[in-house]
Design a protein around this ligand. Sequence first.
Ligand code: SF4
Ligand code: SF4
Length: 103
Amino acid sequence: MIYVKDANNNYNWDEVSPGGNITEGGTSLQINTGDWRIYIPKFFESECIQCMLCFPVCADSAIPVNKDGKREDFDFKHCKGCGVCYKVCPKIDKAITWEQEDK
Ligand code: SF4
Ligand code: SF4
């Protein structure tokens, strides 16, 4: 049986823990949720006013904030492409743009 802490892309559905139980904290960092994405936000730092409306609404903590309290570029390993950050941004289509991702 495979628990989330040991998860990778090389196991079968019937090898995971019963009910997909998550038995440890902090495991989201280990799962590449960016694989699900079909739309992608893009960040343009020069247009960003650092209002920080996008950071708290992110579905998966995919908007890093540095030690100076400023947001940085998206963490595309974890960004699911939900579009919430794009919708809340007061500089929509300038600081954050939105497009279908080529895969
Ligand atoms: S698109 Fe969704 S998951 Fe990706 S950074 Fe924006 S809010 Fe977070
Ligand atoms: S919501 Fe838009 S303007 Fe505000 S911090 Fe995020 S990217 Fe920058």
